[in-house]
Write a protein that binds this ligand. Structure first.
Ligand code: HEC
Ligand code: HEC
Length: 153
């Protein structure tokens, strides 16, 4: 046997050795695609339905940005405007003429900049609300889990 062939033989034994490790060869991987072959096209999943509820969603840990209990795609946030402020500005909330606007105002923290200076409008680092506040889809968890909230509110 030439040295190169010997090396190849050794490498091959190494590989087969790996493939037959106890417990490994028999394992079948249960992927999220189920038993659909890789070559088959899976139909697109149903689009998420975002929950639209007047009730706030309990927080899971202290200082968590609360989850948004309503859809957000209607409310534009760009350099010039921020649709969320219509209802969540201090003062906007609870307006009698607009039933919808009876929502919690943003906390005081949203008016304080990095230097600790208070402003009369939300500061720049709070402008893009959905960076921290995300809406929730009414989706089944992909895998079973035993998650429990750290706080009850
Ligand atoms: C038409 C009025 C309206 C607009 C616009 C609006 N919201 Fe709301 N929002 C509500 C109402 C009503 C609730 C639920 C009741 C409450 O918390 O007062 C709510 C609740 C929330 C909460 C939960 C507060 C908590 O303490 O749990 C968050 C966070 C929130 N909205 C973020 C947003 C963001 C981000 C936007 C923009 C993308 C937005 N909202 C636009 C009316 C509005
Ligand atoms: C950098 C992350 C961040 C951004 C951006 C942000 N928030 Fe928040 N928000 C938080 C956190 C954290 C809390 C909970 C702690 C607190 O109240 O300060 C909160 C709390 C709130 C609450 C609940 C107040 C209460 O008293 O229950 C509302 C409503 C809210 N934010 C709305 C908004 C809106 C509207 C915007 C956009 C103008 C926004 N937030 C931008 C992090 C953020």
């Amino acid at each position: 046997m030439k040295p190169s062939t010997a090396l190849l033989a050794l490498a091959l034994t190494g590989l087969t050795g790996l493939a037959t490790l106890p417990g490994q060869a028999a394992t079948t991987i249960d992927s999220l695609r189920g038993d659909l072959p890789i070559t088959a096209t899976e139909p697109a999943p149903d689009p998420f339905k975002y929950i639209n509820d007047k009730e706030n969603i309990p927080r899971n840990f202290k200082d968590q940005p609360p989850l948004v209990p309503h859809t957000t795609e209607k409310y534009e946030i760009n350099l010039k405007e921020n649709g969320c402020l219509k209802c969540h500005m201090e003062g906007a909330a609870g307006k009698d003429d607009d039933e919808e606007a009876k929502s919690v105002p943003m906390s005081k923290s949203h008016y304080v900049d990095r230097q600790g200076k208070k402003h009369n409008k939300p500061v720049g680092n709070r402008h893009f609300c959905t960076q921290c506040h995300v809406p929730q889809a009414d989706a089944e968890p992909l895998v079973e889990n035993t998650f429990q909230a750290l706080v009850k509110k």
